[in-house]
Write a protein that binds this ligand. Sequence first.
Ligand code: DOR
Ligand code: ZN
Length: 346
Amino acid sequence: MNQTLTIARPDDWHLHLRDGAMLRAVLPETARHFARAIIMPNLVPPVVTGAQAAAYRDRILAALPDGMTFEPLMTLYLTEDTDPADVAAAAETGLVKAVKLYPAGATTNSASGVRDFDRVRGVLDKMAEIGLPLCVHGEVTDAEVDIFDREAVFIDRVLDPIRRATPGLRVVMEHITTRDGVAYVKANDTDLGATITTHHLIINRNHILVGGIRPHYYCLPVAKREEHRLALRAAATGGDARFFLGTDSAPHTDANKETACGCAGCFTATNTMSILAQVFEDEGALDRLEGFASGNGAAFYRLPVNAATLTLTRGEAVTYPAKIITGEGEVTVFDPGFPLHWSVSA
Ligand code: DOR
Ligand code: ZN
């Protein structure tokens, strides 16, 4: 008999949907399985103001195919010119659920990010006052810091000082990739959470570099050593409510990935739930998948758990398309490198 697991419908607490033709192509891949997602604001130009977030939300809802339901949870891109009053107003109406901090130059479309953290002090103080979470891309950008050390150095040099200077600030460390990130969350209080991606539970840096360079495994923060992957798996499957799913599913066309200077991002929206079920089964933690994918993030964001459900069924191997077709070109779906046996139905 096939094993089935029914969980509250999951949410993705870190997602890139882009805009235009790309948005139209990738949105159904997420909406098929997820009820809500925290939408990253790193468009070109970025989503900085409440008015821009409202317009982007409208474009997302307009791109949703008939018959699908999905709630985009909007974020604002923090710049040195962000107005605390605009942030507070956008949070007050419920439109905006978080503000995203990109250190300038850290990753895709982050040129408008923060260079001088003193210049965002007023916004951070306002966010602490109203309880609005700060989502942090936790990597320093200093040229002299090795790319594999950038998360750990960020925690010491940037994140910890910001948190000490802003009591009450609620922070999500996005897409943690190191045991240092796991340890920092565990050593702190409930105002600190962390998202973990699907792909960082599967790949380490060898997968990117051994036997040929694999651009579809390149993302930021870059996957680290095996010991870090194992720490992430233990955190995701360990039942600690401060860790929750944020796929960081980030579509780039094959043309932009398979080139001399390829873009960072793994596209995992399509097969994430099948992969996660396999991971949690392998770790003997299927009973904790619901917390990681559907419960913990909602609790952190102080939102209700979804009433709708998703059913996972273990059976014959399930396959997903290797690529999805978009108006901008093909996008390769993340290949976990092992067969998937969990199918997903509403
Ligand atoms: O791999 C990544 N891709 N990391 C990021 O931080 C940004 C994202 C993107 O927007 O493509
Ligand atoms: Zn991201």
